[in-house]
Design a protein around this ligand. Sequence first.
Ligand SMILES: NC(=O)c1ccc[n+]([C@@H]2O[C@H](COP(=O)([O-])OP(=O)(O)OC[C@H]3O[C@@H](n4cnc5c(N)ncnc54)[C@H](O)[C@@H]3O)[C@@H](O)[C@H]2O)c1
Ligand SMILES: [Zn+2]
Length: 361
Amino acid sequence: MTGPVRIAVGVAPPYDVVIAPGLLDELAAVLPPLPHARRAALVTTGDVRALYADRVTAGLRARGLGVESVIVPDGEEAKTLATVTTVYHRLAAMRLGRDDVVVALGGGVIGDLAGFAAATWNRGVAVVQLPTTLLAQVDAAIGGKTGVNLAEGKNLVGAFHQPLAVVADIIALASLPARELRAGLGEAVKYGFIADPAVLDLLERDPKAAVAGDPEVLGAVVQRGVAVKARIVAADEREAGERALLNYGHTFGHAFEVLTGYGTYRHGEAVALGMVAAARLGERLGVSEPGLTDRTVGLLAPLGLPTGGLRLDPAAVWEVLGRDKKARDGVRFVLCRTPGDACLVGQPDRRLVEEVLRSLL
Ligand SMILES: NC(=O)c1ccc[n+]([C@@H]2O[C@H](COP(=O)([O-])OP(=O)(O)OC[C@H]3O[C@@H](n4cnc5c(N)ncnc54)[C@H](O)[C@@H]3O)[C@@H](O)[C@H]2O)c1
Ligand SMILES: [Zn+2]
């Protein structure tokens, strides 16, 4: 890669996603103007703090900001209102004002949590997203969805709050646990099927490099994924239409996550399996081109992502599919006609869906 790539997200006001290796060391130069900001609350966690917080703090200070770190517990279990409340108390103590900024440094959990705190603090302050997982760089940090979980379900409390900027440092991915990286690749693959087949070509050409964390390959995957997401978000900021296509593999995947209590699959793994199911359903319905399922399996397996071995009762999966919060009038699936071209299909036959699920057992 030569120099940082900037991808504009055309919402109002627009913002840039900047992508390159080493950007966390160049934050002062990369961040947009922060008019009147005096303070920054750096929300982060665990390993990420130890690895990257110092350089981020240095960059923010170089921009004249007073920086305080707000450390929250790691993991999905901490994505709660209780954690947000502890963040609010810290923001109050540091007197973070309307012109100040929250900086989210971490994976999708931190991005959602800090983004939600920023959306609601003082009725909304600016947030800068510094995603450090592949999943967050390619998906969660872009688009303005923020929120937390309740005991009753994931992401039930939230707000749309677009960031001021997103800075994705590809080098930060080098410290990711291997499984997190692979799960992020699962999420990235969806962009290939719904909009940009070049993502599939890249990963098919050299799956070993991708899994090994090669910055060239990951940089290209992030750029292409972000470009797709930016375009779709700009066209449909509040998820009224086209944005639903981003859920390719997710209707099935979400049901798999729910039924396994979120303990078996990382999100990107469940999505991988969900894309195999969607391809097979698409082929059976005559919507998807013949061979799409084989191509999906052939792509995902070398990335170390699950393509079978589902240990769930198809009838139970069907049950959960009907409960999906996005299922307005019955279940709708995103299907892929041919890589790069996706559509929404409503209410497929129950027996057909269960047959597809049995093929994944
Ligand atoms: N807002 C959205 O549009 C959107 C979209 C997709 C997912 N999400 C949310 O994202 C969350 C999942 O995000 P995730 O997969 O990034 O998980 P995560 O945030 O839990 O991060 C995974 C683990 O990796 C660690 N980590 C992060 N960066 C690291 C690095 N560079 N080196 C070493 N360790 C690192 C984290 O501390 C954590 O332990 C879910 O809560 C999901 O709901 C939101
Ligand atoms: Zn996802």
